[in-house]
Write a protein of this length. Sequence first.
Length: 148
Amino acid sequence: MALRTVLATGEVVELHCTYDPATKGGNAPNGRKVKGTIHWVSAAHALDAEVRLYDHLFRIPEPEDVPEGTDWKSNLNAESLVVLSGCKLEPSLAMAAPGVSYQFERQGYFCLDRDARPGAPVFNRSVSLRDTWAKIEKAQQGGKGKKK
């Protein structure tokens, strides 16, 4: 795979790669090791949507564990909700049904929000694929966290 970027901005302007359908899912029939899989959505055919990324409301597991002179509000996570607009999604999600979960590759599971309207879908992340608390706990233990 070859990648060309505009050096000043780091913006990707061109990508050259090959497609080998026999390696779909990371398993090559001839035993070749697949180094990675690219998940791609055509911008020309994509569905524009708003995506809401929810995270823990507090930065630490025990929000009332605060230094003297402060309160639990000092532990609020300013990034507990990140709203992304203009996201490019698979066109089939135009038919998304409320109450059904959809996996967005390498991001987590999402469901259609009740704020969604025809032509203006809104998806909420319900489960992240990364465990933020495990990462924090591992850092606090000096990298000696439990493996799950």
